[in-house]
Design a protein around this ligand. Sequence first.
Ligand SMILES: Cc1cc2nc3c(=O)[nH]c(=O)nc-3n(C[C@H](O)[C@H](O)[C@H](O)COP(=O)(O)OP(=O)(O)OC[C@H]3O[C@@H](n4cnc5c(N)ncnc54)[C@H](O)[C@@H]3O)c2cc1C
Length: 237
Amino acid sequence: MKTKLKILHLPYSVFGYRVLDKEQLDYLSGLYSVKYTFGRTFTSFVVYPPTILKKMYQQFKNANGITIQSYINSLRDLKLDDYNVIINCMGLGAREVVPDAKVIPIRGQITRISAPWINQVVVDEDTGHYFIIPNIHNCVLGGTHQKNNFCTEIDDNDKEFILNECMELIPGIKHAKLISHWVGLRPGRDKIRLVSEEKDGKFYIHNYGHGGSGFTLFWGCASDVLDIFDNYMKTKN
Ligand SMILES: Cc1cc2nc3c(=O)[nH]c(=O)nc-3n(C[C@H](O)[C@H](O)[C@H](O)COP(=O)(O)OP(=O)(O)OC[C@H]3O[C@@H](n4cnc5c(N)ncnc54)[C@H](O)[C@@H]3O)c2cc1C
């Protein structure tokens, strides 16, 4: 049901959405030497996290933003004493720090290859898990979605699994040069927690639990955080 709702929404959320007709399926089948029987297409953009994060960090610094790197044990940590408003974006860290047991790791292993001949994102809609995403420097093959798995080591079985699943989408990737493997832990939660609360004289805005969609949702969530903050400041003036 969840998937159906997502797909029903898709035609109204993206540019150029259409179900591929036979001619288009035949074209793509010829292009990638595989028999596609059904597909949907739309136009969007791919965000390359290291680039956008670097740029946004620079913007923050240009606006006289200051960063202090430090480990926080809890929301009552003494290091937070000097601050009246705390925006909690601790991802998986919220599990221990809030603490919020609903936050779980969703282990994601991916593979990077060199395949400049791929210029479309291909996602396996049946599982929603396997994808081929070309970006500026290389092409990302993914990925695992292992709930409650904290392991950040590369797993050989996962390597093979990812490659096999992605080869079903585009068989030619077996000839591509391997660049690297990588593992990250998505900060999973049954739903995002974006709420505020006043406690012990401090105002907290919680914004965590974005799972595998943090880069898709960050702009909207940050904008909600800002609205909450602005409203709070109005009540204080
Ligand atoms: C393999 C993989 C593929 C992904 N693909 C996509 C994708 O295609 N599209 C998409 O939108 N998203 C994707 N994601 C998800 C995306 O990376 C996350 O949703 C996003 O990084 C979450 O951002 P965040 O800032 O909430 O948490 P994080 O990026 O985890 O940041 C949390 C920060 O809090 C800090 N922190 C935590 N605990 C403490 C503590 N106790 N004290 C001090 N600091 C602390 C951490 O050091 C970190 O800097 C993917 C993730 C993985 C692993």
